[in-house]
Write a protein that binds this ligand. Sequence first.
Ligand code: PBG
Length: 330
Amino acid sequence: MPTLPTHRPRRNRKSQVIRDMVQETRLTTHDFIYPLFLIEGQNQQLEIHSMPGIHRFTADRLIDEIGRCVELGIHTFAPFPAINDALKDRLAKESANPEGLYLKTVADIKRQFPDVVLMTDVAMDPYSSDGHDGVVDADSGEILNDASLEVLGQMALAQARAGADIIGPSDMMDGRVAWIREVLDQNAFGHVSIMSYTAKYASAFYGPFRDALDSAPKKGDKKSYQMNPANRREALRELALDEAEGADMVMIKPALSYLDVILDVKNHTNLPVTAYNVSGEYAMVKAAAQNGWLDGEKTMMEVLTSIKRAGADAILTYFAKEAAAVLRRG
Ligand code: PBG
């Protein structure tokens, strides 16, 4: 007779109490950063077709939504604006307008909820008539790195003035962390943090987000600045640069197809690591759940737990509110 097993890992799975005791990763609402979509107008919320359960809110409704989330234990938010086409131009000038939709709303939120942490997005795409994160050369169509830094620095400064706690450069221009750090420090915003989109990939998973903000590139793609999904070591190069340039936290985006990158970055830094569970990742789970093909709630919790297990200290996720309700229910 063959020998029976001496080692029985199943003993550690034999009851819920024991499983809970040996559980290695535990989600809490403190882990979540909730991205929110802001639109012009009053008293409106429009559901995003490709993101069931996620809305674009006018400022008044957005503030109500933040209030509900705070009740659920979510305290960090990442608002993104949808800007009217008439206000878009080549140099994204509206992005530094303190009276514009985004900055006015950021200031309003901080007035109403001083303890809420706001992470603002630095990239030109919502304000750019070209739909790119940087300045596009009118003749060659090239994305001009150093001309973009100028715009991004002014945008970050205006956001800090409006009350942003964390600046989130999502543009992937070279040298932008150092540039923004310097602009902030020279203007007495040394206390404002930078969470760098360190490894942001040129991903098909951003589709629903671009629909929500109408921010897709008018021409070409983002491959000359966002990273090639086939590369992992390159993320470590970006990490080293962001650390040297003064980033306070680093981010990997998207999350689910990039769990190896999250782990690798975690193993190479002492900075907090975050991951962005992006719009397309949300849409896939929702679509399957709506079809009855997956259990939406269980899949959501598994996805979020996996991202944390891979090494994320915090997760930007459209699931934040729903997952917080599940965690509260216990
Ligand atoms: C743009 C930006 C994008 C996202 C966040 N900031 C889209 C892009 O780079 O084209 C995507 C987020 C998501 O898909 O949830 N700077």
